[in-house]
Design a protein around this ligand. Structure first.
Ligand code: SAH
Length: 358
């Protein structure tokens, strides 16, 4: 198995924002423009070694390689859907943990769904990513490298990014903010944050914090229930931040940023998919400029939740629309490659544990 411990006593240069990098280089006696030069090697040209930074002196390259490492991910597995071309990647991190990223092709461009943590501690009952808890949060460099690696492997630039893979982005807030800063920087990948969505199970304090930053990103709220009783049963976070508080924060986010909120609602048969649930949800969202994304739940074998019939799902959608709430049913992509979040990593980890026992 590939193991590289070089990173353990060096600093992670790819996680530094342009101003942090410039500051550190100036402290090493370098001119100010050096920061931009190196940053562009890392994030625009995306080189993998200091030796490739050909406009730096050999002495500086040598010095940098003693102080810093350049993070990289390797592809453990790549699955391509025969149905729609969706590509799913299982990626190895420097410490041998792994995460998933999914590349989806739409008419308007490529969209990538990335992970923000190894595992998750939010405990949502329908989700595979949280079954084994949280291992650790990802560094900014690791989130960037999900995008850089998939861009390189697929030969395609990504125009939309969604933070909807493994992990809770608001449980890794500082690193996610740095990641956004670097990803959107003109000297780097240069992605406008209007083309990025962040999905959260609802850490209310962070919603207020993010609103103040006016990043332009789209906030997606994993709501999944019309009332506290059902939501607290399926999503433990609801006990800390009940629906009224969550929606109040969402209204504030919209008022402050002008960005419409998107609500995710996974339909689970017999749990939250009755017409009365749709009506209750519509009443709660009244007056909000909201969009509801209905997702037929992905059955996770350890969880035992079922999805309802096509007719049941459409009836739910119609009931919302009849009460003036904009709702769409999410088109399923990569159905043949197990693209549901967290399942590939889980299978791989289980297999690895079996092998270690033998
Ligand atoms: N922690 C963040 C982002 C990761 S989960 C969040 O909670 O939003 C990405 C989305 O997939 C969330 O809306 C989550 O609730 C949903 N999800 C998780 N497991 C699912 C499943 N089995 N079926 C359908 N959606 C699921």
């Amino acid at each position: 198995m590939e193991r590289n411990f070089e990173w353990q006593n060096k600093a992670d240069i790819k996680s530094l924002t342009l101003s942090e990098l410039t500051e550190q280089l100036v402290a090493l006696g370098q001119p100010k423009f050096r920061g931009k030069q190196i940053y562009s090697w890392l994030h625009e040209k995306r080189v993998k070694s200091f030796d490739e930074m050909t406009n730096l002196s050999a002495a500086l390259r040598e010095d940098l390689s003693k102080r810093y490492y350049i993070n990289q991910l390797s592809v453990i597995k790549k699955l391509v859907s025969k149905l729609d071309g969706t590509q799913k990647y299982l990626l190895r991190l420097k410490d041998n943990n792994c995460v998933e990223a999914v590349l989806m092709k739409y008419r308007y461009g490529n969209s990538i769904c990335i992970s923000t943590q190894v595992g998750c501690r939010m405990g949502c009952k329908f989700c595979a990513s949280t079954l084994a808890g949280l291992v650790r949060s990802l560094e900014p460099s690791e989130m960037l490298d999900e995008i850089y690696t998939v861009t390189e492997e697929s030969g395609q630039r990504v125009s939309n990014v969604v933070l909807m893979g493994i992990g809770e982005p608001f449980d890794n807030y500082d690193n996610v903010m740095k990641f956004l800063d670097i990803l959107s920087s003109p000297e780097g990948y240069n992605l406008s944050l209007r083309h990025l969505s962040l999905s959260t199970c609802g850490l209310v304090d962070r919603i207020y914090e993010l609103a103040e930053k006016k990043t332009g990103l789209t906030l997606s709220i994993s709501l999944h229930a019309p009332n506290d009783e059902i939501r607290s049963q399926t999503m433990p976070i609801n006990k800390r931040y009940p629906i009224d508080e969550l929606l109040k924060a969402c209204r504030y986010y919209f008022k402050t940023t002008g960005r419409r909120i998107s609500f995710e609602y996974a339909l689970i048969e017999g749990v939250n998919d009755e017409i009365r649930h749709a009506n209750e949800l519509a009443d709660r969202l009244k007056g909000m400029s909201a969009h509801v994304n209905l997702i037929p739940v992905n059955p996770v074998k350890e969880r035992g939740f079922k999805r309802g019939s096509r007719q049941r799902i459409e009836a739910f959608q119609k009931a919302l629309e009849a009460r003036g709430v904009n709702a769409t049913v999410r088109r399923e992509l990569g159905a043949d490659i197990n693209a549901a979040c967290g399942q590939l990593r889980r299978e791989y980890d289980q297999q690895r544990q079996e092998e270690e026992k033998q």
